[in-house]
Design a protein around this ligand. Structure first.
Ligand code: PNS
Length: 163
């Protein structure tokens, strides 16, 4: 797998330590990993712009040499084909994630048969984490320092205070 490219797609609104855990574990298995900020049609437009999410991700992965950050407004299956990716990697937190993720994996496989979706089990300590929960805590003045990469903690807090 070391010669192959994997994609870690997501909304990353914003990136959490749960995402970072999945990204860094993926980077240990694949030669190169592209983290790609995408649109989830089931979520509202988000709290951070795509540019802000990309910038925060770049800071968060700066010390992982084989990880790049990108964004794409189209289909994940098309992006994977363009990049000749071998795998799409998603983190699974709980059974509740599974049905939707399974459906997406099957649709992506149908649209791009040459890419496999791999699911990594989230680390136990991150099971409860979500970007939306973190935004809610930060907006109400709570401490999010255990939930987000330290290097972007202030960006998130300042931005959500302003917003
Ligand atoms: O972090 P999320 O919100 O769970 O990520 C979901 C995401 C953005 C990866 C998913 O919605 C997606 O792949 N969006 C791109 C558009 C697309 O390909 N849709 C069809 C998926 S079957």
């Amino acid at each position: 797998m070391k010669d192959n490219l994997a994609i870690c797609p997501g909304s990353f609104d914003p990136v959490t330590i749960g995402h970072l855990d999945i990204i860094s574990r993926s980077a240990k298995m694949f030669g190169k990993v592209i983290v790609v900020v995408m649109t989830n049609p089931n979520k509202s437009s988000g709290s951070f712009t795509v540019e802000e999410r990309v910038e925060m991700l770049k800071k968060a992965v700066a010390d992982i040499p084989n990880v790049e950050v990108d964004h794409y407004g189209g289909l994940l299956a098309d992006y994977a084909a363009r990049k000749n990716a071998k795998a799409i990697i998603k983190g699974l937190r709980a059974v509740t994630d599974f049905e939707y993720e399974f459906q997406m994996a099957l649709a992506n496989k149908k649209m791009n048969p040459s890419v496999e979706t791999l699911f990594l089990t989230t680390s136990a300590e991150n099971m409860y984490l979500s970007s939306s929960m973190i935004k809610q805590i930060a907006a109400l003045g709570g401490d999010i320092s255990d939930f987000v990469p330290a290097v972007i903690h202030n960006d998130i807090v300042n931005r959500l205070k302003k917003g």
